[in-house]
Design a protein around this ligand. Structure first.
Ligand code: A3P
Length: 326
């Protein structure tokens, strides 16, 4: 890149930074204060990166975008998709996943691709290109829709998602000596939609409605179902991205191999995920922060029955009539 190009890129970021800094900021169940834009909340660095992505990301028809609300199992889905799509190049050993965090194998547009005042040239990446994103459906780069590329959306019971988020943001806050969020405070913010890339319910509904509209382009998965029937859903995923498992692969146990490789147990115990770090828009984050318990229903260890009921009532009323439930 020439110096002039780099200067222009810097200016692009600066102008979005200026724009976002004029939006009022609020405290949320988050590490940094959040700004509301186009109906959703994000921290300044994430929002700026999302705006740059919206303007500069050119989707290709063969791309697969992996969309999630934070703490819905992004890390797991990235690993599963990466291992599935690249299975022929690294049979059995899967070296990249042993040496790199799933977040390095599949970069997230607004937290790792468009950061540090850079607008990378992604055209030369081998296809299918895989990218993660937390950007709500209504704010995705327009080329995602125009190109007809595929989107895999993973969602999770809001109660587990909330508990996972609460732990995660408190780890980030503790690292910076910022006062921790109590569970009560966090619940209040989350229930009011003030969470990163939230409101959670709008995020899920945005992608759910698009899945109903274009099921061949938007696959909708649930963390709980993936946990219960990993083989069924991994096969669906492979078919959806145009890379179905052959009969021979099934006989050889390739599907089970990928499930094992990407299991919480295996990934959370690998060296890179124990001691490595990843550079994101919000700062450097320990890979280990993406692995906590990896279970369904851990919310019951934290939420009182009233707190759980509060989230369940909101979920019921927001999802009523949509065909979606938890
Ligand atoms: P918990 O905090 O409930 O344990 P994200 O990847 O979207 O940031 O979500 C993080 C959540 O996914 C954490 O949930 C984390 O433990 C869980 N997770 C990470 N890797 C996983 C895996 N391989 N299988 C199942 N869950 C996983």
């Amino acid at each position: 890149q020439t110096e002039e190009e780099m200067e222009n890129q810097k200016r692009t970021y600066q102008s979005f930074r200026h724009l976002v800094s004029t939006l009022p900021s609020v405290d949320g169940v988050s590490y940094l204060p959040l700004h509301c834009y186009n109906g959703w909340y994000a921290s300044l660095p994430s929002l700026v990166s999302a705006m740059v992505a919206r303007e500069h990301f050119k989707a290709q028809p063969t791309d697969v975008l992996l969309a999630t609300c934070p703490k819905s199992g992004t890390t797991w889905l990235k690993a599963l998709l990466f291992a599935t799509v690249n299975r022929s190049s690294h049979t059995n050993s899967h070296p990249p996943l042993a040496a790199l965090s799933p977040h390095q194998c599949v970069s997230t547009l607004e937290s790792a691709v468009y950061i540090n005042d850079r607008i990378p040239d992604l055209d030369a990446l081998p296809s299918p290109r895989l990218f993660g994103t937390h950007i709500p459906f209504q704010s995705l780069p327009a080329t995602v829709l125009d190109s007809g590329c595929r989107i895999v959306y993973l969602c999770r019971d809001p109660k587990d998602c909330f508990i996972s988020l609460w732990h995660y943001i408190n780890k980030l806050r503790a690292q910076d000596n910022i006062e921790l969020r109590t569970l009560d405070e966090a619940l209040e913010y989350f229930s009011n939609g003030i969470s990163p890339f939230g409101p959670y319910w709008d995020h899920v509904l945005g992608y759910w409605n698009e899945h109903l509209e274009r099921p061949q382009k938007v696959l909708f998965l649930k963390y709980e179902e993936l946990m219960q029937h990993p083989k069924v859903h991994l096969k669906r995923l492979a078919e959806f991205v145009g890379s179905p498992f052959t009969e021979d692969e099934e006989k050889e146990g390739v599907v089970e191999g990928i499930i094992r490789l990407c299991s919480f147990e295996n990934l959370s115990n690998s060296e890179v995920n124990k001691i490595g770090r990843v550079e994101l828009a919000v700062g450097t984050v320990e890979n280990s922060f993406f692995f906590r318990r990896g279970e369904v229903g851990d919310w019951a260890n934290h939420l009182t029955p009233e707190m759980a009921r509060r989230l369940e009532e909101i979920t019921e009323s927001k999802f009523r009539g949509s065909g979606l439930s938890f």
